[in-house]
Design a protein around this ligand. Structure first.
Ligand code: F3S
Length: 403
């Protein structure tokens, strides 16, 4: 922003937020009603969070895609907005999971499919790519450290900030969409280095399940930034850890000593230190123990990586399916499924590999009552959002229910 371009947005009564001439003209409607409305919302957000300016983003990831969570009011909002002049995304934009696999029928009723399709079409009309996934970083959009983004799905936000070192706030569906239209977002929160510093240190004493660790810590820290010490963890483990913390808490950023990109950038001296061992994790396991038998096994929250799909296939390969088993659904992105055909072929002898959706945002409750999962995030959300009783178990135990 050159000093010449910079002008206070006096029209909106700001002392702090500056808009360039171009941004002001968009606000005044020069590029059509769509961009004007989008700019209005971004400016209002900037005002609430005392941003100093708008900053360019590299990509947007937009939530508010499942008809189950959006309903008719949400559908109408997206359609109406998409009809406005100039309502086209200006940066690379992807969608969060929808309420169903877009290419094959599942457990959703027919009228649900029709409404879901309308919602997807409305996003497509605005130029959003129809890759419906919460792991865009495994499906062709892996941001570099320092890139600014406007992503909304909480596990994707956590992964982008913590593991990749990109910078994004936890956007709502509308704010991510508006940022996608303008190609910018207000400069506040996790876009600023000072807000990425750790608040509390967790010293992990034993080898523990990342998803259960995340389930426990998220519930304790709320929206603070935790810093883990003593954790030996894979990229898939980081994905599960962050997802669970974002579900039981609102963690959008965490650090793992000697593992995540910015862990070494801050001193943790003087911070509160909390120890975690297997006994603490046993407590979580007991909380997630359900005595009824599951009628469905759901794996892939967040969407599975290529490695995880292979792991599932390896546990099933060459085995005989039991006579009576719960149904098995594996959720992943279309890109990962396409890349993992060998694993998919093996898994589909025992269950279904579904893309574009997940166990939480699809109408699982239409058919099932008790779900077994290895995901801390799904364990937190399934009772509230899909009316399920939940059993949490590790992947091997879940596969032993099938073979
Ligand atoms: Fe992804 Fe659905 Fe879980 S959006 S993180 S699979 S709740």
């Amino acid at each position: 922003m050159s000093p010449v371009q910079v002008r206070p947005a006096a029209l909106f009564g700001f002392d702090l937020m500056y808009l360039t001439k171009e941004e002001e003209s968009i606000l005044e409607g020069e590029k059509g009603e769509g961009p004007a409305k989008a700019m209005e919302l971004l400016v209002a957000l900037g005002k609430i969070y005392q941003a100093d300016k708008l900053i360019p983003i590299q990509s947007a990831q937009i939530a508010g895609v499942s008809y189950k969570t959006m309903g008719d009011a949400g559908l109408e909002f997206v359609k109406d907005f998409g009809d406005k002049e100039g309502a086209k995304v200006s940066v690379r934009s992807m969608l969060n999971p929808a309420g169903m696999d877009l290419e094959s029928e599942g457990y959703e009723p027919e009228d649900f499919r029709i409404k879901q399709k309308e919602l997807i079409d409305a996003y497509e009309k605005m130029g959003v790519k129809l890759s419906c996934t919460c792991t865009p970083y495994l499906a062709g959009n892996r941001p570099d450290g320092g890139e600014h983004l406007a992503w909304s799905e909480s596990s994707a936000v956590s992964f982008a900030n913590s593991v990749l070192g990109a910078r994004t706030n936890r956007e709502g569906g509308p704010s991510a969409l508006m940022a996608a239209i303008i190609g910018k977002t207000p400069n506040y929160g996790l876009h600023l280095k000072e807000n990425r510093r750790p608040d509390v240190v967790y010293e992990v004493k034993d080898e523990v399940s990342p998803s259960l660790l995340g389930y426990l810590v998220g519930g304790e820290v709320g929206e603070k930034v935790p810093y883990f010490r003593g954790l030996s963890i894979s990229e898939d483990g980081l994905k599960s850890l962050g997802a669970a913390m974002a579900a039981t808490g609102s963690v959008a950023m965490y650090h793992v000593e000697d593992v995540t990109l910015e862990a070494g950038d801050f001193s943790v001296e003087g911070l509160e230190k909390i120890e975690i061992d297997t006994e603490d994790i046993e407590g979580v396991k007991n909380e997630l123990k359900e005595t009824s038998d599951p009628d469905v096994i759901v794996i892939g929250c967040p969407h599975l990586s290529d490695r995880e799909l292979k792991k599932v296939a390896d546990l099933l390969e060459g085995k005989q399916k039991k006579e009576e088993t719960p149904d098995l659904y594996i959720y992943t992105s279309r890109k990962v499924k396409d890349r993992s055909q060998e694993a998919v072929k093996i898994i589909e002898k025992f269950g279904k590999v579904i893309t574009d959706t997940c166990m939480v945002v699809s109408p699982l409750e239409e058919k099932y009552r008790v779900a077994a999962t290895n995901s801390g995030k799904a364990a937190a959300y399934l009772p509230k959002l899909a009316d399920q009783k939940v059993i949490h178990a590790d992947l091997k135990t879940l596969m032993e229910m099938v073979v």
